[in-house]
Design a protein around this ligand. Structure first.
Ligand code: ADP
Ligand code: TZP
Ligand code: MG
Length: 279
């Protein structure tokens, strides 16, 4: 089966099985993440009370943990859910949002990595760099100017993605003008997307939620590639619609959800710009 066929099968699986995706995520983009998961035909549940988190994870087919706007209560829910996911063997997608911002988040990431293994870490490249090197290059949830993945820096930035995949024994996915996905042995460069994706908050969080849903329909590498492809191509469609109407971020936000909920496997295959490299 080629890559397009496996992406199509993954999306078909999702629609047929409607897996339950447990997300413990920040409140800035929680609604967008739930809608992104729904758009693929999966069922989101955004439960974060520590006393019910493990039980809810026990019923889920994938767990998404996002460190953005972290709170003590959500940290405890994540510990318990990560433990439950480890027991049932469901995939965990980790979004280390803002991990360079504070020692608290860095220590908590290390603690979670000790509790369970991640299937996918999806982040921007400053976050992946902070996880690999311990260096913090940014004080926000956005990527630092020097770490941006562009067409000209992609090959160089791939180093952090490959290193994260090897160090944490998972698939690592970094976003930017070019998205880079690696399992430590191969590396994929996806050049879909539009700068408008960076002008509304939460598109990285949504990509992580999509990766969680995709993990419930296929293997981590193809799930991470499919999620990045969906966000990039749907971002292009939404940006074209927004510009054609002479509108801005509000219209783009709605158009992105329109695109995610209507995109077909054929459109995904036709519009994908991806190249691979073996390491
Ligand atoms: N300049 C850009 N051109 C095209 N796509 C982009 C650009 N910046 C971000 N994206 C896309 O926006 C989404 C969110 O990525 P990013 O903003 O890097 O994540 P985060 O919000 O976690 O920092 C990804 O799908 C990424 O491909
Ligand atoms: C603004 C903000 N503050 C804490 S989490 C968050 C959302 C980050 O979303 P993304 O990483 O998808 O841009
Ligand atoms: Mg982010």
């Amino acid at each position: 089966m080629n890559q397009m066929e496996s992406m199509a099968l993954l999306l078909k699986n999702l629609r047929q099985t409607a897996p339950l995706i447990h997300c413990i995520t920040n409140h800035i983009s929680i609604n967008d993440c739930a809608n992104a998961v729904l758009a693929l035909g999966a069922r989101p549940i955004m439960a974060e009370h520590p006393d019910e988190a493990a039980e809810i994870t026990g019923h889920a087919q994938a767990l998404v943990l996002n460190l953005g706007n972290i709170s003590a209560s959500r940290m405890e829910a994540m510990r318990r859910s990560a433990c439950a996911a480890g027991k049932t063997g469901i995939p965990i997608v980790l979004d280390p949002a803002g991990v360079g911002c504070s020692p608290l988040r860095r220590a908590f990431f290390a603690e979670l990595a000790g509790i369970a293994s991640f299937s996918i870490i999806r982040a921007n490249s400053s976050e992946l760099r902070a996880l690999c090197s311990g260096d913090s290059t940014t004080d926000g949830v956005d990527v630092a100017a020097d770490d941006k993945i562009t067409r000209s820096t992609a090959k160089q930035q791939a180093r952090w993605v490959v290193e994260a995949a090897r160090r944490f024994h998972c698939v690592a996915s970094a976003s930017g003008e070019v998205d880079i996905v690696s399992d430590g042995q191969s590396c994929w460069f996806l050049s879909n997307g539009d700068p408008m994706l960076g002008q509304i908050t939460g598109t990285g969080c949504m990509s992580s939620a999509l990766a969680g849903a995709c993990c419930a329909g296929g293997q981590p590498l193809e799930a991470a590639v499919t999620a990045a492809a969906l966000m990039g191509i749907c971002g292009e469609q939404a940006a074209a619609e927004t510009r054609a109407r002479g509108r801005g971020s509000g219209t783009f936000h709605a158009a992105l959800l329109d695109a995610l909920s209507t995109i077909s496997s054929e459109a995904l295959a036709q519009n994908l710009h991806m190249e691979g490299a073996s390491l």
